[in-house]
Design a protein around this ligand. Structure first.
Ligand code: MLT
Length: 416
């Protein structure tokens, strides 16, 4: 008999979002007439930009002709798309040769684990998008699950709380040899954006310790505040220490189309001097045959002037939803974070557990949310609200949420 991979076996519980989906289905079985509104998974709801849809149609039709048909594309992605990303996101400061087109951020983060192997020590913001920890555990970097700490023994969790403005206190890493530091900004789930100063500290830390930053910038086009950095490479010295992950999913409505990219700068090397780019290229050529040509053509269309205007409207829509939810929470005097440069809000409920709030919102307000504890131990007592939704549904959700906060919860002063 074949032995089970012990690293996969050490993954604790289910992946967060299928677990939420399971609870939604169970609830609807008992309460089939409930008009549930989802503020749960960050899945886009608005139609695809017409510019992108037209590009898919045109390429699809061309593929049905002898002249227009193409088979495998370049593993690294279409040259035109890499040029367009370089220009639109990095002001040409990143060379198209340093850009690797993928089928989405999540898949890239999973594949990245193979570059570092089971011995690497990973540190994550806590709370964090669960894919960093789960994929690190799957490759063997996690060690055993610690029920008391609600985390894996070998992962270093960096608490991000209102007290540290949701950015890790790097001094707490003094005694550790950290290989990989996962940072997400704008942040899923807290909805906060790292400042230039915070990223400068981070890059200085990575340079002094020889660590590699995996910077997840999947939500960067939602940033409206011009003083906030959209890429780690805006910080001097980052090229030698950071990989950046980008995605078309959330701002481009591509959660179903699938398209993303990674940036692996030329200067980024392992301790033996081998460029990471070398191994990334080798790995992708072995494991991946490039993103769908149709998705790449759609992505290219989004980066044209016409497509980018569509993106502005799309991102404005979700940010306006977030503002409605923010306002609903503020009107009750309850605190909440984020929701200004990313459509996620992070809401604390002192004295209550995340899954408890989840269940109460589901049963009493027919709202589906994401329990904060699913993002890491420091997320306990919080919930995440996603503002990816249709305008009318979000307005109704905001009413239900404020009623719940006003009428169903004990006064904050009466909570422990
Ligand atoms: C989320 O945070 O809602 C995610 O983006 C969903 C996922 O990709 O797992």
């Amino acid at each position: 008999m074949v032995q089970r991979n012990p690293h996969i076996a050490s993954l604790h519980g289910n992946y967060l979002f299928p677990e939420i989906e399971k609870r939604r289905k169970d609830f609807l079985q008992h309460t089939p007439h409930a008009k549930l509104i989802s503020l749960g998974i960050g899945d886009t709801t608005e139609p695809l930009s017409y510019t992108a849809a037209r590009a898919i149609e045109e390429k699809g039709k061309a593929m049905a002709t002898c002249l227009g048909y193409s088979g495998y594309g370049p593993t690294q992605g279409l040259t035109a798309l890499r040029h367009a990303i370089s220009q639109r996101f990095y002001g040409n400061a990143i060379s198209p040769d340093e850009l690797f087109i993928s089928d989405g951020a999540k898949c890239d983060i999973g594949r990245l684990q193979l570059l570092f192997g089971p011995e690497a020590v990973a540190a994550v913001q806590d709370p964090a998008y669960p894919v960093y920890v789960d994929s690190a555990v799957a490759i063997g970097q996690g060690g055993a699950w610690d029920e008391q700490q609600r985390g894996y023994r070998k992962i270093v969790y960096l608490p991000c709380t209102p007290e540290n403005n949701f950015f890790p206190d790097l001094h707490q890493l003094a005694g550790y040899n950290i290989d990989l530091l996962y940072i997400c900004s704008p942040n899923n789930p807290t909805g906060m954006v790292a400042t230039s100063y915070q990223l400068e500290q981070l890059v200085a830390f990575a340079r002094s310790k020889g660590s590699i930053i995996v910077f997840d910038a999947a939500y960067a086009p939602f940033i409206r505040d011009p003083s906030l950095p959209r890429s780690i490479y805006e910080i001097e010295g980052a090229r030698e220490v950071a990989i950046e992950i980008g995605s078309f999913s959330k701002w481009g409505g591509f959660t179903g189309v699938r398209l993303g990219w990674s940036v692996v700068p030329e200067e980024l090397c392992y301790s033996d001097g081998t460029p990471l780019q070398h191994d990334w290229q080798r790995l992708l050529a072995t494991l991946f045959n490039g993103a769908s040509i149709l998705a790449q053509c759609a992505g290219l269309a989004l980066l044209t002037e016409e497509g980018w205007r569509d993106i502005h409207l799309l991102t404005e829509h979700y940010l306006a939803n977030a503002a409605v939810l923010r306002q609903a929470i503020a009107s009750t005097g309850h605190s909440g974070y984020g929701g200004e440069n990313i459509p996620y809000l992070w809401v604390p409920f002192a004295g209550l557990r995340s899954w408890e709030i989840f269940t109460r919102l589901l049963e009493e307000a027919h709202l589906l949310v994401t329990p904060g504890s699913g993002f890491g131990p420091t997320g306990e007592g919080f919930i995440r609200l996603s503002a990816f939704g249709e305008q009318g549904a979000i307005a109704e959700a905001a009413t239900r949420l404020s009623n719940f906060l006003r009428n169903r919860l004990p006064e904050p002063s009466k909570l422990s």
